[in-house]
Design a protein around this ligand. Sequence first.
Ligand code: AHR
Length: 323
Amino acid sequence: MRKRMFLLWMMLGCLLLSGCGEKQPQATEPSLLLGFSQLGSESSWRIGNTRDIEAKAAEYGISLMMENANQKQENQIAALRRFIAYRVDVIAFSPIVEEGWDNVLKEAKQAGIPVVLVDRTIRTESEDLYVCLIGADFYQEGVSAAEYLLRKADALGKDHLNIVEITGTEDSTPMRQRHAGFMDRIAGDDRMRVLESVNGDFLKSRGAECMRYLLEKYGKRIDVIYSHNDEMTMGALPEIEQAGFKPGQDMVIISIDGGQEAIDILREGKINCIVECTPMLGATLMETALALKEGRPVSPETHPVEQVFSDEQDLSALAPRGY
Ligand code: AHR
């Protein structure tokens, strides 16, 4: 019944948009209705992720109800409730933070709607409140960032390096795991000293603010900036230059994501290393949603394969990034 109503609305919409006389392609019933709650539009990574999910839904013939929560958990919870009320076939969402989802997920479970986590994970009372996670291994990204720095310290012959960290959204999975992976990997190396970690919320404007604060406090004592995403890195770079330092030379710059703009800056030499975090999760999400609809098993965790781009490599042949 719900599907018939949906089809009727689509056909009516086509008629109104096109005028009555012209012949239009027949609307076919979508194979599946997927509700997806995106957490916001804080970065080019996030915009690339949204576009990829929309494009892949169209390619797979999946009908997508997409809602953008504008960086607010309460908006995401309200969107999930709307998906439940609409009785979508599958719910997917990218949780802004890890905690506070139990109640709404219990409601989805009671309604018999499977839930897929995209990009980030959550902490719940019981793990059967969601089916699976499709997203990056953020801990490994932190480890890869640290491993680059250890190699760089060897190459520069440094006996000590003062590090400042600009982290992502408080209590989010990438913030927690990128920090933990990095710290675990540099632990025990006496050359490495973290002066301070500050929170930049994955935003360019906050990256600039954090960098101003760090430069005022530590100035030329800063040897390394480890930033949890490209957006904050791009906010920080002009501040470093305005303070009279050359990013990539006077200070080692390590970033995460690998969007086109940051890769171009890496090629210019102002960023030293970017650990890739790919936003292209749409195809895996569509395959997973179809499998769930058809009752086929799905993998509990899927991590995309990711690379490290740095000043150690020739990046001239790197294909356009697409985000
Ligand atoms: O959760 C993925 C992170 O969120 C990306 O690194 C960042 O750019 C985005 O805002």
